[in-house]
Design a protein around this ligand. Structure first.
Ligand SMILES: Nc1ncnc2c1ncn2[C@@H]1O[C@H](COP(=O)(O)OP(=O)(O)OP(=O)(O)O)[C@@H](O)[C@H]1O
Ligand SMILES: O=C(O)c1ccc[n+]([C@@H]2O[C@H](COP(=O)([O-])O)[C@@H](O)[C@H]2O)c1
Length: 196
């Protein structure tokens, strides 16, 4: 039976997960009608190169550590067993089959909405799923087809301008970026000497 629990899917590379990601995931679950948010770790984003990525399992471990104390947030490795690169439309179909009792919707930043017309079968996604969009500072503009679209709702979450790229580069330069990561993630990453 569909419709019992409402799950927001927050897809990302999470290389590594940072407090920007965690703040958004938590805000969404606390201030919308979502019952849970699943942070879906993507092995290979179709629009990004895979070679500079930390191993999938380590990225997943850091997401698991980050959400440990948040019962409404879950780490998901659902894309690990699906063909790569990972197209979101395929993952959604797979989730529907695996969890017919849940009602899934998508969480994305305004930056992703601006390039959403380049995603595989984006019309299918829009037809079948609600999309919760939160504000982000980014270049470009949202296509008119997405403005006032009935499937898209805007959520006024706080803007946290941080990026995994900035964090990786700063670690390489030996800078202290500890406050930008959930503390347990920082400890893990530091111990494992990642991104040095
Ligand atoms: N600071 C942030 N605040 C809110 N959302 C973010 C932030 N950084 C990334 N996101 C969003 O989180 C999702 C996962 O992001 P991703 O793993 O690509 O992180 P990133 O920090 O943008 O990484 P990178 O710098 O490696 O490209 C995407 O939907 C992205 O738009
Ligand atoms: O399905 C697609 O065509 C598609 C194209 C680009 C990105 N995505 C998904 O969007 C997620 C966030 O994208 P990004 O660019 O912010 O890392 C990423 O993890 C992918 O799962 C999906």
């Amino acid at each position: 039976m569909r419709g019992s629990k409402k799950i927001g899917l927050y897809f990302g590379t999470f290389n590594p997960i940072h407090v920007g990601h965690l703040t958004i995931a938590n805000y969404m679950v606390e201030f919308s009608d979502l019952d849970e948010v699943w942070l879906v770790v993507t092995p290979h984003n179709p629009h990004k190169k895979k070679n500079s990525l930390l191993d999938d399992v380590h990225r997943l471990t850091m997401v698991r550590i980050a959400v440990e104390d948040y019962p409404k947030l879950k780490a998901s490795s659902i894309e690990f067993d699906l063909p790569q690169p990972n197209y979101t439309v395929n993952t959604l179909a797979h989730l529907e089959e695996k969890y017919p009792e849940y009602n899934f919707c998508l969480i994305m930043g305004e930056d992703n909405l601006k390039s959403f017309h380049k995603w595989k079968n984006y019309e299918v996604i829009l037809d079948r799923y609600a999309i919760y969009v939160y504000p982000r500072i980014s270049e470009g503009r949202t296509e008119s087809q997405f403005i006032d679209h009935p499937a898209i709702s805007l959520v006024e979450a706080p803007i946290m301008e941080l990026s995994s790229t900035f964090i990786r580069n700063a670690i390489k330069k030996n800078k202290n970026i500890r406050p930008m990561l959930p503390d347990a993630v920082w400890k893990y990453l530091d111990e494992m000497n990642f991104y040095r």
